[in-house]
Design a protein around this ligand. Sequence first.
Ligand code: SF4
Length: 140
Amino acid sequence: MTIRLRGHHLLCLLGFRGMGYSAAYAANMARVYNRLKDEPDTPVTIVAGPDELCACFPPDEEPHCENASVARLDRDALAKLDLRAGLTLPWSAVIARVRAGVEPEDIGTLCRTCQWRSYGVCEAGVRTIKEGGWLPPLPE
Ligand code: SF4
């Protein structure tokens, strides 16, 4: 079954190490991450706006999934990957786009408004992919 993902979440998944806005959010993201890790040919459909990860954003927190600043993260990530909303492609093809078009240092500019950027995990995730690696197992 296709996984629906918005543009910037294609990059967020590379840096996912189990953190998230809530336990439920992180558990849902871990489910998606592990599927992509274990089944590289999983079809991914790129969507505009809230996606399968946003679906578990905590209802008691200030919503941001439809904010213009988040749409901008999507737009910039998709431009960097040479992709657009509406496309469906295997996750392995997304990874090929990362290898071809993204540098670890790009996270600093693509994601300058993101609260998770300072952890450094997303840069490290891109670096792993650029070096020919794959999504690593999540920490226990
Ligand atoms: S810095 Fe934020 S927006 Fe950028 S890939 Fe990481 S979690 Fe996603």
